[in-house]
Write a protein of this length. Structure first.
Length: 184
């Protein structure tokens, strides 16, 4: 499998590649991806869990025990649970978010897909999401998995990141450009 050098070169990328290889060998890519989605949601929704991953005050043994408890409560698959334990044991929990993103990129590449991170001011309906995915598919030339996030600070429109490409159609950016143009 061809994995871009950029992913392999980063620390979270190396962890993601190792996790992907284990998942592929065990034929558990979908299970690991599902578990990582649960972990990502927990990071987004729980300030305590997010703080645990970045705090230098939490020792490795305490971090391992904490992530084992989180893994049990989220009902994660054994491969992902072991992965979290390795990150905690190596003092690398701060790399969890980037490692999840790298794993998702590798898994998407393995399936012949590409990932698109979409930021909107308001939640998109299912019909809007499907239309966006179809439009992005025509741009990318392959299936696109859309990862939606909501940020009211962009005021309106969308910001799309797909690979190295970024399309910023947010109202905030347009207003900032207009303000800059008016200053002369």
């Amino acid at each position: 499998m061809d994995i871009s050098g950029g992913i392999r070169a980063s620390l979270p990328g190396r962890y993601a590649v190792a996790l992907f290889e284990l998942a592929r060998e065990g034929k558990k890519i979908d299970a690991v991806e599902s578990s990582l989605a649960k972990v990502k949601a927990a990071l987004d929704q729980s300030p305590d869990f997010a703080a645990l991953t970045i705090s230098p005050l939490v020792g490795r043994d305490a971090a391992k025990a904490a992530v084992a408890g989180v893994a049990e409560s989220l009902e994660l698959d054994p491969t992902t649970t072991s992965f979290l334990g390795v990150l905690a044991g190596n003092g690398r929990l701060a790399q969890l978010g980037p490692a999840i993103r790298a794993f998702n990129a590798i898994a998407a590449q393995h399936r012949g897909e590409t990932n698109a991170e979409v930021l909107s001011a308001h939640p998109l309906t299912d019909a809007q999401t499907e239309a966006l995915a179809a439009r992005l598919k025509s741009l990318a030339g392959r299936e696109v998995k859309v990862d939606l996030k909501v940020d009211p600070a962009i005021l309106g429109g969308l910001v799309v990141r797909m690979g190295s490409r970024m399309i910023d159609g947010s109202l905030r950016t347009k207003l900032n450009s207009l303000a800059t143009a008016m200053k002369g």
